[in-house]
Design a protein around this ligand. Structure first.
Ligand code: NAD
Length: 480
């Protein structure tokens, strides 16, 4: 088999030290790879490239499709884009996979049995980055959840479970509140779970689910969830294993993948030769599995576990079990010296030789639903008027067939029949419903906007109210 080309970035802070150690271990274990090096991060940012990555680096990534990346330092201040988010979204790396494993009794933890994999959706949700300031008082961000995006991540979680002989996939969502967005995520989870009768499935509301994860993580096996929840719970899960510094993570796309440590560039210890290379090394182990070199991955992983259990530790995990305290290079030497050995106190890993990257079936596009626009929500910026004053103006707009139904403020109905106790800001959602006399809904919305403007009000956005195959595609107002 020819060597597999991979792209490597040494990153910032402790990045170059831990990458050198990791590459040395990969070489000693005879990983069948050819390394192409690119520069990313602080220096590139300082050269005025706000994305932190140069155009030519994309060429390497698109050629090799496999990226082993050290952490980088994101400069403080505005104008700099997160390199991680840029790489994930540009290369379509939709699945963030973080195994969170306890190494009891070597690394102190309250959860000795913990072995959870968090599969986080990586591209959508609140990370779409579509934010606006709409009024003096109010900013908004759009939470986007799509059927194809959710199908991909949920199916990935079940396929991962099957390939890695895992027993159960748990979905976390908040669909009791966000019935459309998180509701779609949960619904698709149920649909796809039904296709995998060999794997148990369950759903938890994210709040109680996270509490259970923090208290009894051994109850969970694989957790699949959307972007923001996944971001938060994967750090919690990594931390309660005993050390966030030991975690590796994979970002998987349909054609490309990126592997890294969970931790950052640790500028406080950069250049001291004391950083623990384990997080990046475990990221590299995931990469080896991905490129079909499970044999090498298993050799390195077991040598690393043996190093840990024999008490050769970097300072960050040193404790009662430590026999020899080493720096970054000393740790790499210790792992290399143990290649070919398996741990006896910690659980050895055995990778299925067929567990390389797996292709998901393409997302199926559903037949278009019959869509009908039955009204629209028009949002106003108004810091002066009361709900009743707004109601009087909006009731008298000269648009036949369009009738104001309600006004809400931060989602709560304040007209008609609002309560004086409700706290209000300068951001109003005004819901208009159309009767059957309106045959051209888009024209009616344009007419409404013109009338609102003529009445001296400041509209800031509209949202169409549509039914899809007769089902309302919008939520009710609170108190409606
Ligand atoms: P950090 O993870 O870099 O450091 C947190 C603490 O953990 C520090 O005390 C550090 O010394 C320690 N630590 C981290 N990794 C270690 C290791 N391998 N060995 C021993 N100790 C280790 O988090 P931070 O300080 O919040 O962030 C520093 C920089 O890293 C920031 O610029 C941030 O934007 C960036 N960052 C990058 C990534 C990435 O590139 N994937 C991820 C997170 C943070």
């Amino acid at each position: 088999m020819p060597n597999v080309p991979i792209t490597v970035a040494h990153g910032d802070g402790i990045g170059p030290e831990i990458m050198a150690a990791t590459l040395r271990i990969l070489e000693a274990a005879q990983a069948r790879i050819d390394v192409e090096t690119i520069e990313i991060g602080e220096k590139v940012y300082r050269d005025g490239i706000t994305a932190g990555i140069r155009a030519e680096a994309w060429g390497s990534l698109r050629r090799t499709k496999v990226f082993l990346k050290s952490p980088i330092t994101t400069p403080q201040g505005g104008g700099y884009k997160s390199l991680n988010v840029t790489v994930r979204k540009t290369l379509g790396l939709y699945a963030n996979v973080r195994p969170c494993v306890s190494y009891h009794p070597i690394v102190r933890t309250k959860h000795p049995e913990m072995d959870v994999v968090i599969v986080r959706e990586n591209e959508e949700d609140l990370y779409a980055g579509i934010e606006h300031r709409q009024t003096d008082d109010c900013c908004q961000t759009l939470k986007l959840v799509t059927r194809p995006g959710t199908e991909k991540i949920v199916r990935y979680a079940f396929e991962y479970a099957r390939k890695n002989k895992r027993q159960k996939v748990t979905c976390f969502s908040k669909d009791n509140i966000m019935k459309l967005t998180d509701g779609l995520f949960h619904k698709i989870f149920d649909e796809i779970a039904a296709e995998y009768d060999d794997i148990k499935n369950e759903h938890w509301i994210i709040d109680i689910g996270s509490a259970k994860l923090a208290n009894k993580p051994e109850q969970f096996d694989i957790i699949v969830t959307s972007n923001l929840y996944g971001d938060i719970i994967s750090d919690i899960a990594a931390e309660i294993t005993g050390s966030v510094g030991l975690g590796g993570s994979a970002n998987i796309g349909e054609s490309c993948a990126m592997f890294e440590a969970i931790h950052g560039s640790a500028p406080d210890i950069a250049g001291k030769g004391i950083a623990n290379p384990s997080g990046l090394l475990l990221g590299a182990v995931m990469m080896l599995v991905h490129i079909g070199q499970s044999d090498v991955a298993e050799t390195i992983h077991n040598a690393w576990l043996t190093t840990l259990e024999e008490g050769v530790h970097t300072g960050d995990i040193a404790g009662d079990e430590t026999r020899e305290r080493v720096g970054t290079d000393g740790f790499a030497d210790a792992v290399i010296a143990r290649l070919g050995r398996r741990p006896t106190r910690l659980k050895a890993v055995d990778y299925d030789r067929s567990t390389s990257c797996f292709a998901l079936p393409p997302a199926t596009r559903r037949p278009r639903a019959a869509k009908r626009t039955v009204g629209c929500d028009i949002f106003l910026h108004d810091g002066d008027r009361t709900p009743d004053e707004l109601g009087v103006i909006l009731e008298s707009l000269p648009v036949a067939g369009a009738k104001i139904q309600m006004i809400t403020n931060r989602g709560v109905k304040v007209w008609p029949g609002g309560m004086p106790e409700t706290f209000k800001v300068d951001h109003w959602r005004c819901r208009f419903l159309f009767d059957d006399s309106i045959s051209n809904a888009h024209q009616a919305i344009i007419d409404l906007l013109a009338a609102i403007r003529a009445a001296g009000l400041d509209f800031i956005k509209t949202e169409n109210l549509c039914t899809f195959d007769g089902e309302p595609g919008y939520s009710l107002g609170q108190g409606q």
